[in-house]
Design a protein around this ligand. Structure first.
Ligand code: G1P
Length: 290
C-alpha cells in the first residue's frame, strides 16, 4: 500500500518570470484552481493521505492555501455556502507536511529531504508544476504497476526526438507496449545520446533504496543532483520499470504550455464552454484576416 507522496515545489520558476518573481509557480492558477491543488488532488484520488511538500524560499502561499482561513470562512458563512465548502475542503484534503529545501541543489536533493518523513515505505513523487488529466489518476496507474512488481516505477511518455534534451530519457527491455524494464537512464541527453524517446513524465513510485543511491549521486546536469542519475545508480542493484500512463500531461512551468492548458481546461468547463468557444472562433478569424 502506498500512503505517502512527496511533491517537490521548491524550484525558482525561472522559465515563468516575471510572474514567479514573488509567487510560487505551483500557485499559478488553471482558471481558478492553483496547479498544486490539482497535484494534491491526484495524490488523494490515488489513495494517498500523507503528503510532504518540499518547499523553499518564497513558497509561503502554498502553505496558506492548504491551511484554514477563518477570516475568509466567516466572511463566506452567510453569503456563499458553495464557496465556503470549497474553501474548507481544500484544508481537509490530506495531511500535508512541509520541509524546506534551503539550497536549490536539484530534484535529487529535493527528494533526499523526504528521507526522514517517508522512512521505510515506498512512496509516490508528483512534480508540483505538472498536472495530468486522465481517466484513472496517473499516480494510481503507477501504484497498480508497483503492486504487481514491488519495484520502482517511473511514469513516462513518448516525446518527439527534438525534445529529448528537455527530459530524463529511459531505455530498456520491452515487456509490453506500455511497460519496460529499464537498463538505461540519462538526464537531458542530446538526440544522439538518447536511448529512446520515452521521457520521464513527472510521476514516480520510489522505494527507500533511492536514498542510498542519492547519497552516492554526484552533481550532474545543470550542476544539480539529478534524480535520474540516482535512479541510474540504483539500476545496477535493483529493477526499475517505466510505464506509459494513460493521460495528458500539462507542464505549467512553461509559458506556452500554460497558455494551452488554460484554453483547454476552459473549453472543458461547462459554464464557460459555449461563450469561450465562440470567443475563440471570433479571435481566430480576426487574426487570420489580419
Ligand atoms: C525534471 C526531471 C526530468 C523529467 C522532467 C519532467 O526535469 O529532472 O528527468 O523528465 O522533470 O518530469 P525539469 O523539468 O525539472 O528540468
Amino acid at each position: 500500500m502506498i500512503k505517502k507522496a512527496v511533491i517537490p515545489a521548491a524550484g525558482l520558476g525561472t522559465r515563468f518570470l516575471p510572474a514567479t518573481k514573488a509567487q510560487p509557480k505551483e500557485m499559478l492558477p488553471i482558471i481558478d484552481t492553483p496547479t498544486i491543488q490539482y497535484v494534491v488532488q491526484e495524490a488523494v484520488d490515488s489513495g494517498i493521505d500523507d503528503i510532504l511538500i518540499i518547499s523553499g524560499k518564497g513558497k509561503r502561499a502554498i502553505e496558506d492555501h492548504f491551511d484554514r482561513n477563518y477570516e475568509l470562512e466567516a466572511a463566506l458563512e452567510k453569503k456563499n455556502e458553495q464557496a465556503l465548502n470549497e474553501i474548507k475542503n481544500i484544508s481537509d484534503l490530506a495531511k500535508i507536511h512541509y520541509i524546506r529545501q534551503k539550497e536549490l541543489n536539484g530534484l535529487g536533493d529535493a527528494i533526499y529531504h523526504a528521507k526522514h518523513h517517508v522512512g521505510n515505505e515506498p512512496f509516490a513523487v508528483l512534480l508540483g508544476d505538472t498536472v495530468v488529466r486522465s481517466v484513472i489518476p496517473a499516480t494510481q496507474q503507477l501504484i497498480d504497476i508497483y503492486e504487481q512488481y514491488k519495484q520502482i516505477v517511473i511514469g513516462v511518455e513518448e516525446v518527439p526526438k527534438e525534445k529529448v534534451h528537455r527530459y530524463g530519457i529511459v531505455g530498456g527491455e520491452k515487456i509490453n507496449d506500455s511497460l519496460y524494464q529499464l537498463n538505461e537512464m540519462i538526464e537531458k541527453p542530446s538526440i544522439d545520446e538518447a536511448p529512446s524517446n520515452l521521457a520521464v513524465a513527472s510521476r514516480y513510485i520510489l522505494t527507500p533504496d533511492i536514498f542510498k543511491a542519492l547519497e552516492e549521486t554526484k552533481v550532474g546536469k545543470n550542476d544539480e543532483i539529478q534524480l535520474t542519475d540516482a535512479l541510474k545508480i540504483f539500476l545496477s542493484r535493483g529493477s526499475v520499470y517505466s510505464y506509459t500512463f494513460e493521460g495528458k500531461r500539462y507542464d505549467i512551468g512553461d509559458k506556452l504550455d500554460y497558455l494551452k492548458t488554460t484554453v483547454e481546461f476552459g473549453l472543458k468547463r461547462k459554464e464557460f464552454k459555449k461563450d469561450f468557444l465562440e470567443f475563440l472562433k471570433e479571435i481566430i478569424k480576426e487574426s487570420e484576416e489580419r
